[in-house]
Every structure is written in C-alpha cells, then in structure tokens.
Design a protein around this ligand. Structure first.
Ligand code: PEP
Ligand code: MG
Length: 584
C-alpha cells in the first residue's frame, strides 16, 4: 500500500495510464531571420490562446465556472502585452522564441515566488503551465490527450496541468495519482470539482505504478493499492458503493438553503485554519466562515507573522468569500497549541493557564498587530472578530479597548476598515456560560466552543483517552449549559452559533435547533451532512425531542433515546473533539 495526500474523496478501481513527461528541449542556435521568429512566436500565441479558450469552455461544462477561470487566467497571461512584449524583446535581441519564452517565464516565476504572498505565489504555477503549453505549440508537440482514455482509467503522472485536466471525462477516468501537488493545488481543485478520486503528492508514483496494471485509489484516505488481491478488491468495491450512495444523497443538497423541514433557515459556516481553506469551504458549499483559527498562521515557523503578512492572509480569505461572513478568531495559544519561538512559560496545567485572550492581553504588541491586520482586512469583506477563552467581562472590555485603540491608529494613518465590525466571544468556559446574560450585553454575538466547554464542564482533558467516556456534549450538564447560553443570547437579541465539533454531530442537532441556535460552523467536509441532518427535523419535532431529552438524568439515557428516535439515528458522540486537533 502506498500513501499520498487525500486530495479528492472517493474510491476508484482501474488500470493505470501513465502520462509521460514531454521532452521540451529545443536547439539553442540563434534564429536566422528575426522577423520570421517573431512571426513564429505570435502564431504560437494565437494557437495557444485558441486551444486554451476551448479547454476553458470544456472545463466550464465539466467542472464549473470557477474552475474554468484557472485556464482563462492563462489566456489573460498571453494576452498581456507586457508578457508578450518581454518575449519579443528577447527575440529581437537574437534569441530563439523558445529561449526567449523560457527566460521571461523564469523571471516571472522568480518574481511571483519572491512576493511572500500566497495568492501571488500560486501564479508561478500558472506561468509554468503557460510555458509548457506555448513550448508544445512552438515545438509542434501534441499536448497529452486524456479525453480518449478508455473506461476505468487511473491517470498517473508527475503532475496534471489544468489543460490536461480539461480533457478528463469523469465517466472514464476513475482515479488520479500524481507525484506533485497538495490539497490546494490546481489538480486537487479540479479533481474535486470533477468528483474524481485523487491521491496527490505520492513521491515516485510514476515509477511505482506500472502502465496497464490494476490499482485502487482511495482519495478519502490517500491510499493507493497497486495490484491488489481479489478479497481487497471486493472490500473496496463495497466501500465504493457505500461512498457513492452517500454522496448521491448529500449532493442533492448542494446549493440548497440550510433549513428545517418546517422551513426555518440556519447559517451553515465552516471552520478554517488557513486562508486558502476559505475556497475549500465554498467548494464544499459552506455559506461563510464561522471560525478562522488564526493560531495556525503562527505555527510551523520561527518568528511572528507581521501585520502586513497577517493582513494579506485575512484579506485573501475575505476576498475568496466574496462578501460572505468571515469570522476571525484572535490568537488562541496555550493549552495544546504551542509556538516554540514564543517561549511560552512552562505551566503545570496549560489548559488552565495563559491561554487565548489571557495571552493576548499580556502581550499587547502581538495582540495589537493582529487587531490592526484584521481591521485592515475588514475593508475587503464581511468580517467579524471573535475573542477566545473569555471568562470575565473585564477580558471582553479589555479586548474591545485594544480594538478601539487600533481603530484610532488606523484612522490617523488614513487606512480603511469597517468601524462597525461585530465583536463576539467564544463561550467555551463554564464561567462565560454562567455569566452569559452579562456578556451578551457587551458582545455582538456568541460562538459556543463545545470542544473546550465540554472538557471544562466535565473536568476532563479532551485529549486524554482515560477520561474520554466523560467527554460528551450529550452529558446533561453540558446540554443544560448550552441551552442556557443560547437563551441568554436570544434574550439580548444577539446571534448565537456553535463552532465546536458537536455542531456536526447529527444526534445533538435537533436539540440545538430546539434551543434556538442560529448558526452551525463545522469542518468543510461536514457541511452537506449537517445540512441534511437539519433538513430532517421540523421545529416542532425537534422541540418534542429536546423536551424529552432535557428531562433525562444521564448521558446514557440521552444517547439511547436519540439513537432510537432521530431520523439521523446514526452517529455517536462528537468523537473528533476527544482527540487533540491536528497541528496543521
Ligand atoms: C472549541 O473549543 O470548541 C473550539 C472551537 O476551539 P478550539 O477547538 O480551537 O479550541
Ligand atoms: Mg477552544
């Protein structure tokens, strides 16, 4: 079994078609006739433009408008007079068209990579694709054609360019395996849009998988099984059937509003930890972002991200969401989220120590830098600000005071921001829950963090298997607390959502609906299943269930009752929250 990156969910069983890399070498001797060489380049640009426009059209039908834009961007690049002008300048200086193109592409790639901005860096991949496409035309090479691949083909390549992907017929191509590429690469985006299972970033795949051999691709786990035994094939066929059945049911909810069977509407947002996840949230039909865990911008590096870097990251997420809600949570360090270069003091009980807002209030520079960056990004979308680990009113006031100070500074500098950016708090500590009525007066919204709230109420570490039996948001103590928080929010007319893992648990969903929760924020992969769970309840049905459940004395009774009575009878306790979240 081989392991790569699970980039597009689903299981494909088929025969390998190896896509050989084209040799793009060319003679280096200068051209004899400069005018003729210029004409050759311009003709190649014309052919490339025409082919790519046609491929974009194909992709628009097979994958969608957004995906087709990847190729439209290539057309725009060759239509840019600066780009073609630079190549022509080099040709006029005596270079062959291929060499001139190479030089300019190298220069553009280096410039984009040096930008330090994710979005601009991704343009380097576009330059690489344009270079390959134009060189193929200049050298008279046919671009790899996959549209004629027979039924049951698994494409195996070093990398799949968008122009090759445009030829993919998902009826025939049952899987994709590449050596290069990750979750957010163009190949991954296209594979997901075409709903073809894909495992990317599998080093040596083109050598390890033999042409025409039988292979299984599991795009949900990232596993690739070369030449499997009959019983393994049998097993994967069953899994594939189950996956397709479920996907078919969920796909019917794509693009539909999130509403109860009786018509009441809810917001269904996603939790993200990187700006590029915002696109994934939309791909999975999320309606916005209910929680951006910004601490991940501070991890896996050796120094703090500055205001400019943070501003670009938040702006990128805001722009990707095109006016939909983006909830940015300020730095939530401490607990199990460590940042080695910050030298956090060693604490005996880090979950009860300098966590979340406590750390920020003790480090005004770090906090103010982040607030300024968020405020500046608020000029580019519909942003909300969220403070983590609030326990007291004073902490909320202090957080707000820092925000006001940042606003004054930005105004003095003439920088734009949304002066009315809503400020909410995570309700994830028992103290915040107990004074929710007081906090609701000064917060614009609540987001209930059941991962921590459950742990703190039940006095059990969410990552400790010894006490995992106690870690359940269906414990009467936790349910009472959640209901109370929602009632306080309603009483003060503020929005109340949930961004802990419990929000994606079909068992608890009718209870949350009945309590009056208006927003669910979940992992992108859970969007459709949560929409489905919500759609299966009328508010009246949900209220009846909640009434029964809230009179039950133990979690065991509650779980048994919900298993027996819910239309979404499957599922269990919110297991994901019991383990520590991955450090991305
Ligand atoms: C929570 O505690 O429920 C939450 C969403 O925050 P995190 O998991 O990042 O601690
Ligand atoms: Mg938390």
């Amino acid at each position: 079994m081989l392991q790569g990156i699970a980039a597009s969910a689903g299981i494909g069983l088929g025969r390998v078609m190896l896509l050989e890399e084209q040799s793009l070498t060319y003679p280096t001797a200068p051209p004899a006739d400069i005018q003729a060489e210029l004409g050759r380049f311009q003709a190649a640009v014309g052919v490339f433009r025409q082919n790519t426009q046609a491929q974009a059209e194909l992709l628009r039908h097979s994958a969608g408008h957004k995906e087709a834009q990847i190729l439209s961007a290539h057309v725009q690049m060759v239509e840019d007079p600066y780009f073609t002008g630079e190549v022509e300048k080099h040709i006029q200086e005596g270079k062959r068209a291929e060499a001139a193109l190479d030089q300019v592409c190298q220069w553009f790639t280096a410039m984009f990579l040096a930008s330090g901005d994710d979005l601009t860096q991704q343009r380097a991949a576009d330059v690489r694709d344009v270079r390959t496409g134009l060189l193929c035309v200049l050298l008279g090479l046919e671009e790899v054609e996959v549209s004629q691949a027979p039924k049951g083909t698994v494409l195996v390549a070093k990398e799949i360019s968008p122009s090759v992907a445009a030829g993919i017929n998902p009826k025939n191509i049952v899987g994709i395996v590449t050596e290069i590429g990750g979750m957010t690469s163009h190949s991954a985006i296209l594979a997901r849009a075409l709903q073809v299972p894909a495992v990317l970033g599998l080093p040596g795949a083109t050598g390890l998988l033999k042409a025409s051999s039988f292979v299984i691709v599991d795009g949900s786990t990232g596993e690739v099984v070369p030449e499997p035994q009959a019983d393994v094939v049998q097993d994967y066929r069953k899994r594939r059937q189950a996956f397709l059945r479920r996907r078919w049911q969920l796909n019917r909810l794509r693009g539909k509003p999130t509403q109860a069977a009786s018509g009441e509407r809810f917001h269904l947002y996603c939790n993200i930890s990187k700006p590029q996840d915002a696109e994934k949230a939309l791909e999975e039909d999320g309606e916005g972002v209910g929680l951006f865990r910004t601490e991940y911008l501070f991890m896996d590096r050796d120094r703090l991200p500055g205001e400019e870097e943070q501003f670009r990251a938040y702006r990128k997420a805001a722009q990707a969401l095109e006016g939909r809600t983006l909830t940015i949570r300020t730095l939530d360090l401490g607990g199990d989220k460590a940042v080695p270069y910050l030298d956090l003091p060693r604490e005996d009980n880090p979950f009860l120590g300098t966590r979340g807002i406590r750390y920020c209030l003790e480090h005004p520079d770090i906090f103010s830098t982040q607030l300024r960056a968020v405020l500046r990004a608020s000029a580019y979308g519909k942003l909300r600000l969220l403070f983590p680990m609030i326990c007291t009113l004073e902490e909320l006031w202090a957080g707000r005071a820092f925000l006001e100070k940042a606003k004054v500074e930005l105004t003095a500098q003439g920088l734009a921001f949304d002066a009315r950016i809503p400020v909410g708090i995570m309700v994830e500590t028992p103290s915040a829950a107990a004074i929710a009525d007081l906090l609701a007066r000064d917060a614009d919204f609540f987001s209930i963090g059941t991962n921590d709230l459950t742990g703190y109420i039940m006095a059990c570490d969410r990552g400790n298997p010894q006490v995992s039996g106690l870690f359940s948001s269906l414990q009467p103590a936790v349910l009472r607390c959640i209901r109370q928080v929602i009632q306080c929010a309603q009483g003060h007319g503020i929005q109340v959502g949930m961004c802990g893992e419990a929000a994606a648990n079909p068992m608890i969903i009718p209870l949350l609906m009945a309590f009056g929760l208006t927003e669910f924020s979940v992992a992108a992969a859970s969007v459709l299943s949560v929409r489905k769970a919500i759609s299966q309840w009328t508010m009246e049905g949900a209220r009846q269930v909640a009434e029964e459940v809230m009179s039950m004395p133990t979690e065991e009774d509650i779980v048994r009752f919900l298993r027996a009575h819910g239309p979404a009878a499957a599922g269990g306790r919110d297991k994901a929250a019991r383990i520590r979240l991955p450090q991305v």
